[in-house]
Structures are given as structure tokens and as C-alpha cells.
Design a protein around this ligand. Sequence first.
Ligand code: FMN
Length: 175
Amino acid sequence: MEFQELLTHRQSVRSYNDVPVTPEEIQVLLQAANAAPIGRSLYQNVHLSVVTNKPLLQQISSIAGEAFGDPAMDPFYGASTLIIASCVEEAASTVGLANSACMVENMHLAATNIGLASVYLYGFIHTIAKKADIVRSLGIPKGFAPVAALAVGHTDQELSPRPLTTDKIQVSFVH
Ligand SMILES: Cc1cc2nc3c(=O)[nH]c(=O)nc-3n(C[C@H](O)[C@H](O)[C@H](O)COP(=O)(O)O)c2cc1C
């Protein structure tokens, strides 16, 4: 897709069916993450977990649901795949968080480009960051903390492109 057109198609999707994401599609998303800008090129300070294990997804979902006081809540909206971005703990609220945002946004756009639905997730991350057993089962290296995620999959929802605008974000032009 041409880039401006891709931007009209990118949107947060919060309803997924069971159709799995293929290994080839995962590779496209990982290439996009690897193409993201990373502060001082410190790629060794970031990490991705690609999670398709249903029982683990359900476990994470119910931990988040409990933390939010709504056990029925599913923070990934039924998506078949969750990609969790982690970074070194000491940078989890600074450059590591920014790096992770770049990786997740690149994957969000790449997903859109190949016809996958996705949504950037942040709200539930802190509920799992505190659970050492979950962090371990996600393959997150010691000394790293999860800071952002992308839910990705297929949707039955009708998705329409949205016109590009310049009126959502305030701008100061400084001449
Ligand atoms: C840093 C960040 C955190 C977000 N966290 C969540 C989240 O936890 N759950 C969710 O459903 N959407 C989340 N979103 C998606 C936003 O709600 C969404 O991008 C925004 O409402 C604009 O909608 P659009 O993406 O369809 O343009 C997040 C987006 C960003 C950039």
C-alpha cells in the first residue's frame, strides 16, 4: 500500500476472530520492528515476545481482568497473537518505553499493510510486569520489563479507511 493510503487504513481494532496469524505474517511484523528507530542503536536493550499460546493468553487476560476489577474483561479482545515489547528495567519509563513504542507502531502499520487487524496495548502491561512467573513464561530476559504490546489477528468487523486530517493535534507553527 502507498504510505498515505496505509495511514488511512491504520486503526485500533478491538474485536478479533480465531483465524491465526501465519508464521510468514509474524516475520513481516518482526522485520517491521527491526526496522524501527532505536535509541543509540542499542538493540540489545529491547526484546519481543510473540505469544500464541492460548492458555498463557487466557492466564494473562484473567490476571489483567482481576487487576481491573472485571474478570470478564479481555485486554486483547480475543486476538490470537500478542506481541509484547520489553526493555531493560532501568529504561522502562524513559528511552526503553520510547523504543518499544517505535517497534509497536512499526508492527501496527506493517500489520495494516498486510491486511491484519491490530491494536497498541499499554493498559494491561503493568499487571503482568509484577508477575515474575508470567514474565519468565514470556521468555523476557532477566532484568527486562514488559512495557508495550500489540494485539494482532483477524477481524469480522468491517473496517473503512478514514480520511487524513490535521485537526486532532494542536500545532504551533514557529516561524
Ligand atoms: C501508548 C498507547 C497506549 C494504548 N493503550 C491501549 C490499551 O491499553 N487498550 C486499547 O484498547 N487501546 C490502546 N491504545 C489505542 C488507542 O486507544 C488508540 O490509538 C486511540 O484511541 C486512537 O484510535 P485509532 O488508533 O483507531 O486511531 C493505545 C495507544 C497508544 C499509542
